[in-house]
Design a protein around this ligand. Structure first.
Ligand code: ADP
Ligand code: MG
Length: 255
């Protein structure tokens, strides 16, 4: 039997009121794989990440992370909705990095990184701080622990956000257009950290329009439009040899 994928989506449907935003998504991400997702604004990319991260309920289909259904437990063939506490515990196993960093502005870099391990996991202050310093070194920000977010560039803030997510020792990292709010000269430093993370074996689900990154680091590339996966494959196949007109038209705008 092939190794079980870390993320498995089968026929996932999600609506907000009457509008169906995800209309039957099938995909799987293997352990240690990097999945890149592209698609026009409004195609459902962020919604898909939020569903994987237990922030949204789905209306149909199945979505599982590490063999467990997102938001539900299955016993004797029946589904039971998880309690909020249980949902929060599972969410803590997944790191999320946002377009606008979302650091706590009133906390130092160190404070941002140690907050969740101490509060959610009960890690001691000393252990959390030591780990935070290691992570800061890993993202190229050794020694910046006492800075406040506003004192850092966007690229530095996003690297802190990555360190903060890693501090929870996630089994999966989700990135939602992590470089699209950055000045062009700061994009590379964030992508370099993400590339290192991929090389270290982290499973990553990355919404990005950095096609160089997708081609070089991605194991799979998915093109979404209007709530469906239009096309997927290796980045090389999708970028160099798209099978659908919608994919070709979109790629001509981002390449
Ligand atoms: P993308 O990230 O690809 O730009 P989104 O997943 O953010 O797309 O949005 C997909 C669609 O769902 C859009 O039409 C958006 O307006 C709608 N949508 C997203 N979040 C909500 C919400 N909380 N309530 C209602 N509609 C939403
Ligand atoms: Mg989005």
């Amino acid at each position: 039997m092939a190794a079980e994928p870390l993320v498995l989506a089968e026929g996932v449907r999600k609506s907000y009121g009457l509008s169906e935003v995800l209309r039957g998504i099938d995909l799987e991400v293997g352990r240690g794989e990097v999945m890149c997702v592209i698609g026009p604004s409004g195609s459902g990319k962020t919604t898909l990440l939020r569903c994987i991260n237990h922030l949204e309920k789905i209306q149909a289909g199945r979505l599982s992370v590490d063999g467990e259904l997102v938001g539900y437990a299955e016993r004797d063939g029946k589904l039971y909705e998880l309690r909020e506490r249980e949902v929060a515990r599972k969410r803590a196993e997944i790191g999320m990095v946002f377009q606008h960093f979302n650091l706590f502005p009133h906390m130092t870099v160190l404070g941002n990184i140690v907050e969740a391990p101490i509060r959610v996991k009960g890690v001691s202050k000393d252990v959390a701080a030591e780990k935070a310093r290691q992570l800061l070194a890993q993202v190229g920000l050794a020694g910046r622990e006492n800075a406040y977010p506003r004192q850092l560039s966007g690229g530095q803030q996003q690297r802190v956000a990555i360190a903060r997510a890693l501090a929870m020792e996630p089994k999966l990292m989700l990135f939602d257009e992590p470089t699209s709010a950055l000045d062009p000269e700061l994009v590379g430093e964030v992508l370099a950290v993400m590339r290192d993370l991929a090389q270290s074996g982290m499973t990553m689900f990355v919404v990005t329009h950095e096609m160089g990154f997708a081609r070089e680091v991605g194991d799979q590339l998915v093109f979404m439009d209007e709530g469906v996966v239009v096309e997927s494959g290796t980045p090389r196949d999708v970028i160099d040899n798209p099978q659908h007109e919608r994919t070709r038209s979109f790629l001509s705008k981002v390449l």
